[in-house]
Write a protein that binds this ligand. Sequence first.
Ligand code: RP5
Length: 161
Amino acid sequence: MPEPKVGIIMGSQSDWPTMKEAAAILDELGVPYEARIVSAHRTPDRLWTYGKTAAERGLKAIVAGAGGAAHLPGMVASKTRVPVIGVPVQTRALNGVDSLYSIVQMPRGFPVATMAIGAAGAANGGLMAAAILANEDPALAERLDAWRAALSASIPEEPQE
Ligand code: RP5
């Protein structure tokens, strides 16, 4: 098994149906990744270690999803210089606006690249991670270009009945 280049992390098992959209994209593009449950509140020591070791383990991007008081992406960004892509998971109480606001309003100095709420955001998180890696990987760049071209080609010019 190749070493993972992307870490997909999430605050809870309940986030996986959303976050597996990121995994599916990375599978399609042939990017090795790992998926882990790392909760800012329930497993803070795991979060600390994950952030502290991410760069030395060779991770080039982290896609971090959480819902509600979604502190995971920001906290992991505070522990690593590896680019963190935040995915606000849709919540029942506040529809994910709580997650979005928790992730997007980072203080100057510790950025999180914040995606849209929910499944589209998770898929885009996978694509963003792949784009970061593609800067240094011409074969992946070609696969990503082909993926994008196929999506464009699948859009009909006229609406169908
Ligand atoms: C957050 O709380 C998780 O990221 C999840 O989106 C939310 C609810 O978690 P569960 O109560 O379903 O485990 O930490």
